[in-house]
Each structure stands twice: as structure tokens, then as C-alpha cells.
Write a protein that binds this ligand. Structure first.
Ligand SMILES: Cc1ncc(C[n+]2csc(CCOP(=O)(O)OP(=O)(O)O)c2C)c(N)n1
Length: 307
């Protein structure tokens, strides 16, 4: 049987508004999280990721489009940030001191929307409208329509330059918020990233953290076949960044590196990930960049992501 999310009766084009109950739940989870021991934290993040992957699968299944492979490679990173790291208040999206987060690989909007809804920025019921005509939940995020989205993305290569702007603004204003940007590894082939990287190092933007979703696949091919990025860590180091290489599906490693105090230099985290992570027949399959599962594949995938 093909699962779909239920229509809510809310007009597709209605503005998104904060979901107070979900914000309260998010706040309670965050409070518990801060007090929990390491193993409990890991358990929590794993459970939330299972939930988010199931929700993304259903969202894409309902919409009939989406970028499931890249959604699943970035899920654990997004969940760790929103459940355990970012200093944000979903009920007060304009707070000047909030941490800024930019998902520069905007084609993976379904994962971002699912995590934002789980944090209360808007009601999860609205995910049923993902990528529908007139829906605020566009196939790529739009800051004018979606609470919690800091900048519009979609054309690759713009998130890091905007993030550098946010980090610079914090310094100029004497505010101590942090800026986190996630880019795809294929996206790093856009030259604008390297201009931003040079400037961030020159300005010693220690309040800026870049996370590279290093799943080694892009649209239709591997990054190595398209435009080799290696030696990637050496490149960031040579550009003057503090560089870390981690397993992007290890909550321990993610939590550790994303919670480190700001240093003297901008920080690049190369997170080794698996495109399609969590579904055996999607993992490392380049065709799953934006393929939609059949009914049988959807059923099988749901069992795997929830396990
Ligand atoms: C400037 C620009 N060129 C091309 C595209 C089309 N495009 C969408 S996703 C994608 C591949 C991106 O690969 P990667 O950054 O590695 O993302 P992931 O594998 O994590 O989904 C491309 C080329 C785009 N969105 N923007």
C-alpha cells in the first residue's frame, strides 16, 4: 500500500506559521538533551534521524519529486545541529543573536523542511504541500516564505558567501552568534566558494563553520569523475582554515566538532557521508540523486529507515 500524508484542509498557499506545540516539544527535548549523558544524547539523535528520514520519504513520495539521496546524506548533520547545537529560538526567528544556519545545497529542501517542522518553525501537516504549485514549501528554500530559512538557495555556490557575510556582520556588530553552512561536495566545484574561503580566512572568521556533505556523488556522476576535489582537507588547510575530517553519520563526532568553541580561524568540517544513507538499495546509487521510489520501493525503504 502506498502511504501518503493526509491533506490538512489548509490552503496550499496559506502562509506558514509557528507551531507552538511543536516549539514546546522542541524546547523540552533541548532541555533534556543538555542534561543527558553522552549515550542518551546519541540515542536521542538516532531516534530523531529515523523519524526525519521516514518523514522525508513520505514527503517526497507524496510530492512525486525530490532529492532523496542528498536528503539522506545530510539528515544526521541537520538533526545534530537543530536538536543539539544551534542557539536558535523557533518562536523568535528574528532574534539578532540567533545562530545562523544555511543549507546551501538547497535541492535537499525536504530534509531541511522536515527538521524545521520538527523544531516548530511551522506545522508538519504542511509538508503534504511540498513542491506543490503556490506552496510556500518550494522545491528550493525561500526565506520570504519559510520561517527559519536565512537565505534563498537553489543555485549552488551561494550559501558560503552569504554565510561569510553573516559571520562578518556578527563581528562588526559585536554579537557572538555563530554561523554554520552546509555545502554539497559537488557544489564545491562552484568558484564562489573559494573566493568566500579566502576572504573568511583573511578576516579570521572563527565564528564561521562550514560542513561539507562529502558523499562523493553529485548529479549523474561521482565528484571524482566530474571535477576531482581531492586532496580536499589539504585545500581547506591551505586556504587558512582549521580543518577536521569526520564520519558525517557519527553523532559522537558531529556533536564533538560542531560544539567546539570558536577558534581563531574559520572551521571546515569535511563530513564523510553516504548518499541515500539508511536505505540499502539507495546507498551510493547515483540514480537516487532525484529518483522517486516506486510503491514497492517506498514500502521497503520505510521499513529500513524506521529500523
Ligand atoms: C549553479 C547550479 N548549477 C547546477 C545546479 C543543478 N544541480 C542540482 S543538484 C546538483 C548536484 C549537486 O551535488 P552535491 O553538491 O554533491 O549535492 P548532493 O550530492 O549532496 O545532493 C546539480 C549540479 C544547480 N542547482 N545550481
Amino acid at each position: 500500500m502506498q502511504h501518503t500524508q493526509k491533506a490538512t484542509g489548509v490552503e496550499v498557499s496559506a502562509p506558514l506559521v509557528v507551531d507552538g506545540a511543536a516549539v514546546s516539544q522542541w524546547r523540552a527535548r533541548r532541555q533534556d538533551f543538555v542534561q543527558a549523558d553522552e549515550s542518551k544524547k546519541i540515542e536521542r539523535l538516532a531516534a530523531t534521524s529515523r523519524f526525519i528520514r521516514s518523514q522525508v520519504l513520505t514527503t517526497i513520495n507524496t510530492a512525486g519529486l525530490g532529492h532523496i539521496g542528498g536528503d539522506f546524506s545530510v539528515t544526521d548533520i541537520l538533526v545534530t545541529l537543530y536538536e543539539g547545537v544551534l542557539a536558535v529560538d523557533p518562536a523568535n526567528i528574528s532574534l539578532p543573536t540567533r545562530d545562523r544556519f544555511i543549507l546551501s545545497k538547497g535541492h535537499c529542501a525536504a530534509a531541511l523542511y522536515s527538521v524545521l517542522a520538527h523544531s516548530g518553525y511551522f506545522s508538519a501537516d504542511r509538508l503534504v504541500h511540498f513542491a506543490k504549485d503556490l506552496s510556500p514549501l518550494n522545491g528550493h528554500p525561500n526565506r520570504n516564505k519559510i520561517p527559519g530559512v536565512e537565505t534563498n538557495t537553489g543555485p549552488l555556490g551561494h550559501g558560503l558567501p552569504v554565510g561569510v557575510g553573516c559571520a562578518t556582520a556578527a563581528k562588526l556588530q559585536g554579537l557572538n552568534f555563530r554561523t554554520y553552512v552546509v555545502v554539497g561536495d559537488g557544489e564545491l566545484q562552484e568558484g564562489s566558494n573559494w573566493e568566500a574561503a579566502m576572504y573568511a580566512a583573511q578576516q579570521k572568521l572563527g565564528n564561521l563553520t562550514l560542513i561539507v556533505d562529502r558523499n562523493r556523488l553529485q548529479q549523474g556522476a561521482t565528484t571524482a569523475e566530474t571535477n576531482e576535489l581531492e586532496p580536499l582537507a589539504d585545500k581547506w588547510t591551505a586556504f587558512g582554515w582549521e580543518t577536521h575530517v569526520i564520519n558525517g553519520h557519527s553523532y559522537e563526532e558531529l556533536l564533538h566538532v560542531l560544539s567546539m568553541a570558536p577558534g581563531e580561524r574559520p572551521r571546515a568540517v569535511i563530513a564523510n557521508t553516504v548518499k541515500g544513507k539508511g536505505v540499502s538499495f539507495m546507498e551510493n546509487g547515483v540514480e537516487w540523486h532525484h529518483k522517486v521510489p516506486s510503491a514497492a520501493q517506498y514500502e521497503a525503504a520505510m521499513k529500513e529507515v524506521a529500523a
